[in-house]
Design a protein around this ligand. Structure first.
Ligand SMILES: Cc1ncc(COP(=O)(O)O)c(C=O)c1O
Length: 388
């Protein structure tokens, strides 16, 4: 079956593109000497983990469930960061994660010795980290800026110094720092950030107890215009100045432009403008379109009025604002026509929902030859099982 024959709505993972991205990431890891992990929050299509495992060092998680998925399906290095952990989950986390990263000295105090003891039995003695906040904003969107004033994410320099001084026994268990501040950015933003990290935390990184530095995600490494040479230079520079293992944990860059959402026109409504009712929804199937917000690329389309026929793309939900955007086409659209949204592998399947009882799109994988195979289909039971 090819992409024009599969039922709609369906996500299609483009394995050729995925592998192209993975090759880029592997080459950066090799050239710079860093380790690259998949951030599962962006892309958790675990049927592709065997492919991803061929190129990356492992994966990272936002909590217990993603950590379990990484342990079960990837089986390589397994890292986790969460702003807070629960007493009930920390033992399991310590027993399946190689790096457990805390967000505060309170959390360290609460859990670090337990994690240390469990990891030691597994032969791991450098698995505890703490997230820093270098207070260096390199973007204007507060919703995506962990360095925005009042951020809960990462320990600021002032609080870090206080924690080191007042709780030296828990700080002694820390072997690494974690820093995530970027979102879809080039390596110039990383350069600016690293200057702040060095200035505020350079002496901490130089302590003999420090073994690693994790530079988080948000590195748009597989984007055509990304300056990879600078990234490689920056990582090498860090390794020259500090004897540390360097980690990057991109999500987007792993599956950038490596997926589609295939949808069908169900009706055309004429009300001042022409509105297409699709069987895919921004609110349910591509929530980042409304949250970011952004305009997803759509195959064979143009900006409004750029081509002959302009339509507003909408869905079957009740939300008036469930609008993916205004697009133009060379041909008039009618019921049964298919549209293909692009760059739909990341932050799509991991975020979708069944609001209004909307069906979840099936998931297909497309091989390099264009052949699509069904990975999973969803039905009424998947909707019902999440309700009570
Ligand atoms: C701690 C952490 N690591 C990694 C990532 C992945 O970021 P991206 O998908 O933008 O590369 C995120 C995204 O929010 C994050 O919060």
């Amino acid at each position: 079956m090819n992409i024009n024959e599969i039922p709609t709505p369906s996500y299609v993972i483009d394995e050729g593109r995925l592998e192209d991205n993975l090759k880029i990431l592997q080459s950066v890891a090799e050239a710079s000497g860093c380790s690259i992990l998949l951030a599962q929050k962006a892309f958790s299509a675990f049927s592709e983990y065997p492919l991803i495992a061929k190129y990356l060092a492992g994966c990272t998680a936002s909590g217990l469930y993603e950590a379990r998925l990484g342990a079960e399906e990837m089986g390589k290095e397994n890292h986790v960061f969460s702003p807070a952990y629960k007493e009930s989950e920390i033992e399991e986390i310590a027993s399946i994660c190689d790096h457990v990263i805390f967000n505060s000295f309170n959390e360290l105090e609460r859990f670090a010795s337990k994690v240390y003891e469990i990891q030691k039995v597994r032969g791991i003695t450098d698995g505890i980290g703490i997230r820093i906040n270098p207070e260096c904003s390199t973007q204007d969107e507060p919703i995506y800026d962990p360095c925005a004033p009042g951020s809960r994410l990462g320990v600021t320099e002032k609080n870090f110094r206080k924690g080191m001084k007042e709780r030296p026994e828990v700080f002694a268990l820390v072997s690494g720092l974690h820093c995530h501040t970027l979102c879809e950015q080039d390596s110039d933003a990383l350069e600016t950030t690293l200057a702040a990290v060095r200035e505020r935390f350079g002496d901490v990184l130089a302590l003999p107890q420090m073994k690693w530095l994790n530079l988080g995600g948000g590195h748009h490494i597989s984007k055509k215009t990304y300056d990879r040479d600078r990234l490689i230079r920056l990582v090498k520079g860090l390794k020259e100045d500090y004897p540390l293992n360097i980690y990057l944990e991109p999500g987007e860059a792993v599956a950038l432009n490596a997926g589609y959402l295939v949808t069908e026109v169900m009706d055309v409504v004429d009300n001042d403008k022409q509105i297409l009712i699709l069987d895919a929804s921004a609110a349910c199937h591509m929530p980042d379109v409304l949250e970011m917000p952004y305009r997803p690329p759509l195959k064979d389309s143009g900006l409004p009025d750029e081509k002959k026929y302009t339509y507003r793309l909408s869905s079957c939900t009740c939300l008036a604002g469930d609008i993916t955007g205004d697009y133009s086409f060379d041909t008039e659209k009618k019921r049964g026509d298919r549209l293909v949204f692009e760059d739909m592998a990341i932050y799509s399947m991991v975020k979708n929902n069944t609001f209004n009882g909307m069906p979840l799109p099936s998931i297909y994988a497309m091989d390099a030859g264009g052949e699509c195979r069904l990975i999973k289909a969803f039905g009424y039971e998947d909707f019902k099982n999440r309700l009570s």
